[in-house]
Design a protein around this ligand. Structure first.
Ligand code: ZN
Length: 170
C-alpha cells in the first residue's frame, strides 16, 4: 500500500479527459487501494485518478469523514452522470490539487451516476446533497475540469489573476 503524490494545479494532467478502464484486473485494484490511502492521508472525501497522475477514469469517494457515517466508501470506474437535477445548491468546496483554496460552487442537488465497480459489474447510484456534490466534482476531474471552471466568471478571473501574481502556492 502506498500514499501517492498528489498532483497540484496547474499540472497538465488536470486538464485531460481521462481514458476508460478496460481491464478489471489486479492492477486496477492496486490503483484503487492506493487512491483510497492517498485520499485518507490528506483527509479528502473524494479523489480522481489524474490527481495522482494516472490517466484512467477512476474516482474514489468517502464522505464519512464529514460525519456521513451511513454512506460507505465507493470506487467508481468509468462513471457517467445520467441524470442531474435542475435544482442547484451552493456550498463551499475545496480540492486536494488546490490546497488551502476554497470557494462556493453551485451544483445539482441530486444526480444519478452509472459506473462499474472494481469487479467490472455495472452499478447505478442515486446521490443527493454532499455525495452528489463530491461525485460531480470528481467526475468533472476525469473530464479534465476543475472546480475553478465551475466558479462564477468574476471569481475565476480573480483566481487566475491571483495565481498569476503568485498569491496561491500549490
Ligand atoms: Zn478536486
Amino acid at each position: 500500500m502506498s500514499v501517492l503524490k498528489v498532483v497540484k494545479y496547474p499540472s497538465d494532467i488536470l486538464k485531460q479527459k481521462l481514458l476508460p478502464v478496460e481491464n478489471f484486473n489486479s492492477d486496477l485494484k492496486y490503483i484503487v487501494r492506493d487512491m483510497f490511502e492517498t485520499m485518507y492521508a490528506h483527509n479528502g472525501i473524494g479523489l480522481a485518478a489524474n490527481q495522482v497522475g494516472i490517466n484512467k477514469r477512476i474516482v474514489v469517494v468517502d464522505i464519512s469523514l464529514k460525519g456521513e457515517k451511513k454512506v460507505l466508501p465507493i470506487a467508481l470506474i468509468n462513471p457517467e452522470i445520467t441524470y442531474q437535477s435542475k435544482k442547484k445548491q451552493i456550498a463551499e468546496e475545496g480540492c486536494l490539487s488546490f490546497p488551502g483554496f476554497f470557494d462556493k460552487i453551485s451544483r445539482s442537488v441530486s444526480i444519478e451516476v452509472e459506473y462499474y465497480d472494481i469487479n467490472g459489474k455495472k452499478q447505478k447510484i442515486l446521490a443527493e446533497g454532499l455525495l452528489a456534490r463530491v461525485l460531480q466534482h470528481e467526475i468533472d476531474h476525469i473530464n479534465g475540469i476543475t472546480f475553478i471552471e465551475r466558479m462564477k466568471i468574476n471569481k475565476q478571473i480573480k483566481f487566475y489573476l491571483m495565481f498569476w501574481l503568485g498569491k496561491y502556492k500549490f
